[in-house]
Design a protein around this ligand. Structure first.
Ligand SMILES: [Zn+2]
Length: 471
């Protein structure tokens, strides 16, 4: 019995760990590497194991950096079950299809460039990493497991999911392993959400473990108080109403869009949301929202009460869902009174880019960022305060008021991570993964200060699970 860290040890994306019990092999997540130098080439590299020899995958949640290489695993011969919660499967279907669609489009662009310029100037790959057909075939391998239900996933390995409070259907993975009389309790945190975040329940941590594999994305940071964030949100909308223009909210399709809608609904009177027309202008965010709305059994007490009083979510009477391009373009005619939620969250594509073109030069408009903006994206250029930005090859002067609302993160901060860790009994040896160096080192130091046994996982590090007493 052993555990080996493969992806996301020492970096934020590409989560994947390998567990061996009774001669069979289980993967914990199989995520896509994103960002950094040439991620596409890195994702195409062979796995450090034979994909056909993997017996099962246990998925923590649907974010693409946790499930995005599953179709590739399938293409290379994996035919076993992928365990996931029902909501995780529903969201993974949307996210994998979108990822495949973008890869297909990128490959098409490559072929076109090659046809125009010949081989020398074409960058990229002629074939997508995987197609929408691959993604759909992968979803057919999913087997759903509800929270709290102990399920044998392989001989000698029993899985129990607990809510991780990160996105809908997100889970931490609790495994009981048994081999030739030796037992080991292994917990993989997945991504841990913030406590008291809207809609979702708090991360569940109570239980006992011998070995704990834990994320550390914001292991060295403190988030802003949510109450301050919400107060600022309300103030921005009040001032924007006086300005008479539109409000643009670039948002990720899964999680952030639903949170923003929920906050608008629950502060409907206080923020005078009824004075606006609210648009969710993203087919993918609409699909993801429908998954959120169809799983009320996963809501926290406050969201359950809101839903009960209103007879369902969403409760925004002035919300318009824009699926078609025509519906999206019709918003361009509105000079004021529109709150437009659209993707992509970092403005590096999607419908938000068109809305920016129509509104960013106008003094009376507002743009509200609610998430992290990576270097090199249009969103980052705007939040960095550039006077002019380039959109579709054209220069635009930034006259709109730009706001960055902190506190909306789907990840817990150091305090949340420590609180979750404290709930895991049995004094487990903790390996920190899924964080950049500062996050992992910061959390490691904080855990040491509390007397916990912790270390930052090294790529390819192997942990013996048979002789846990001897470590
Ligand atoms: Zn995540």
């Amino acid at each position: 019995m052993h555990l080996q860290f493969y992806g996301a040890a020492g970096e934020v994306t590409g989560s994947c760990h390998i567990l061996t019990v009774l001669g069979r092999t289980l993967l914990l997540d199989c995520g896509l590497i994103q960002g950094g130098d040439d991620p596409d080439s890195r994702n195409r590299q062979p796995f450090p194991f034979d994909a056909a020899a993997i017996d099962a995958v246990v998925l923590s949640h649907a974010h693409i950096d946790h499930c995005g290489r599953l179709p590739l695993l399938r293409k290379r011969g994996f035919r076993g079950p992928v365990f996931a919660t029902p909501a995780c499967r529903d969201l993974a279907r949307i996210l994998l299809a979108d990822s495949a669609f973008m890869a297909e489009r990128e490959a098409e662009r490559y072929r076109r460039r090659q046809a125009e310029h010949g081989n020398r100037h074409a960058r990229g790959f002629p074939d997508p990493l995987f197609t929408r057909v691959d993604a759909e075939e992968t979803i057919a391998q999913f087997k759903t497991v509800a929270y709290g239900r102990a399920t044998e996933v392989l001989p000698g390995a029993t899985l129990t999911y607990r809510d991780a409070g990160h996105i809908l259907g997100s889970a931490s993975v609790w495994l009981q392993l048994e081999e030739a009389g030796a037992r080991a309790r292994i917990v993989f945190s997945g991504d841990v959400g913030q406590y008291d975040s809207p809609i979702l329940r708090d991360p569940e941590g109570d239980g006992v473990a011998d070995v704990l594999v834990m994320e550390s994305t914001y292991g060295n940071r403190r988030h802003r108080e949510r109450s301050e964030t919400l107060q600022e949100f309300g103030e921005i909308l009040r001032a924007a109403r006086q300005g008479g223009g539109n409000v643009l909210i670039p948002a990720f399709a899964v999680g952030r869009s639903q949170e923003v809608l929920y906050e608008l609904a629950t502060h409907f009177d206080e923020w005078r949301v009824g004075d606006w027309q609210v648009f969710l202008d993203s087919p993918m965010a609409i699909e993801a929202s429908e998954v959120y709305w169809k799983h009320p059994e996963l809501y926290d007490a406050a969201a359950s009460a809101v839903r009960r009083d209103a007879g369902g979510l969403p409760t925004l009477p002035n919300l318009k869902l824009c699926r078609s391009a025509e519906e999206s373009m019709a918003i361009n005619l509105m000079r004021g009174g529109a709150i437009i939620i659209a993707g992509s969250g970092m403005c590096n594509g999607g419908r938000i880019v068109h809305h920016l073109k129509h509104n960013i030069t106008r003094h009376e408009c507002d743009v509200i960022f609610t998430g992290f903006q990576a270097v090199g994206t249009l969103g980052r250029a705007i939040v960095d305060g550039r006077e002019h930005v380039r959109i579709h090859g054209e220069q635009f002067k930034v006259n709109a008021r730009i706001h960055t609302l902190g506190g909306f993160s789907a990840h817990g901060d150091q305090e949340d991570l420590l609180r979750w860790h404290a709930g895991v009994g049995g004094k487990p040896h903790t390996y920190l993964v899924h964080g950049e160096a500062e996050g992992a080192i910061g959390l490691c130091a904080a855990l040491h200060a509390r007397g916990a046994r912790a270390e930052v996982a090294r790529p390819a590090q192997r942990v013996d699970l048979t002789h846990l007493g001897g470590r």
